[in-house]
Design a binder for this molecule. Structure first.
Ligand SMILES: [Zn+2]
Length: 311
């Protein structure tokens, strides 16, 4: 039994059991005249996603679009596997990410390099199936995809977390699929971490993106990690505040020539943020504390070092 629920009119969330952790990864199905899946999860989640789609009463063969918010493996790694069961589907991806869906070699090797773990889970995650070029559709900021009379998706270029990230606005419920652009917001939205993934995290771009999302004034956010939040404005403000706080901490450290202290202070801030979910969501907590927090701090400090010519 897969965790599936209707989260808005004609939109279903499937818990893809990311890294075998419940309530950590969301894939969304939009069920209109035409049908779209938003993100796919990694390859090890593919069968869970297929079962989830069937549970909503939709056949995978009826999916028209497989839209990925960005090409990181936890979002798009399973696309090539899934699309084999979706004969009419097109894979829709940011124009900067398209070539990596067609030839995932570099994507996989950089994922391996970015991770300090080479455990069984990662090996399975990196079993990425290439997608034939003619089935991959590159999209740009402002492009639209009409799914039905009342449902049109609009692509929003959303760099910062990654240069190949996009967000998707859906017109029926005025909701926004945020990928990782507005952070990871987990444990019933009690904790929010901005994932400043190296090597391409860019603070300026990330701030601009969150502000751009605020201007859209969405009614809800569909997080990739995890679930739907109805207080979109507040959540986007939280993302912005977190980026600014990290910037302040790091700027201060640089100003007083204590760059090494920044790492410690960012770590403390991140652990404070995660504390409210530690008891009830121990697996999510543990994964984030072990992987996302150090990665985020690494990416943030790298950005700062590069910007100020430090090493
Ligand atoms: Zn992610």
């Amino acid at each position: 039994m897969v965790g599936v629920k209707e989260v808005a009119e004609n939109i279903y969330m499937i818990d893809d059991n990311l890294y075998s952790i419940p309530e950590f990864g969301s894939v969304y199905l939009i069920n209109e005249e035409k049908k779209a899946l938003i993100d796919t999860g990694p390859t090890p989640s593919a069968n869970v996603v297929l079962d989830g789609i069937k549970e909503t009463g939709v056949s995978p063969a009826d999916i028209d679009y497989l839209i990925v918010t960005h090409i990181h493996l936890d979002h798009a790694g399973g696309a090539g596997f899934l699309i084999r069961d979706m004969p009419k589907a097109q894979a829709v991806v940011h124009n900067r990410g398209a070539r990596h869906l067609i030839d995932p070699t570099r994507l996989v090797s950089s994922a391996m390099a970015a991770q300090d773990r080479v455990d069984e889970g990662l090996v399975k995650e990196t079993e990425v199936v290439p997608i034939a070029a003619e089935r991959v559709k590159s999209v740009y900021d402002g492009d639209t995809i009409r799914l039905g009379e009342r449902q049109t998706l609009r692509i929003i270029d959303a760099p910062g977390h990654a240069p190949h990230e996009l967000c998707i606005h859906e017109s029926r419920n005025n909701g926004l699929f945020t990928g990782d652009a507005a952070g990871i917001c987990v444990g019933a939205h009690k904790a929010l971490i901005m994932v400043n993934a190296p090597p391409s995290f860019d603070l300026e771009l990330s701030l601009t993106t969150v502000k751009k999302l605020m201007e859209i004034q969405p009614s809800r956010l569909y997080y990739a990690h995890f679930d739907v939040a109805d207080d979109a404005e507040q959540k986007l403000r939280w993302a912005l505040d977190t980026l600014n706080l990290w910037d302040d901490i790091t700027s201060q450290a640089v100003k007083y020539n204590r760059f090494n202290e920044a790492e410690e202070r960012l770590m403390a801030q991140a652990y404070d943020t995660l504390e409210p979910i530690r008891g009830e969501w121990p697996l999510v907590y543990e994964y984030m504390a072990k992987h996302d927090v150090p990665m985020s701090i690494g990416g943030f400090l790298k950005y700062y070092r590069d910007k100020h010519g430090m090493n």
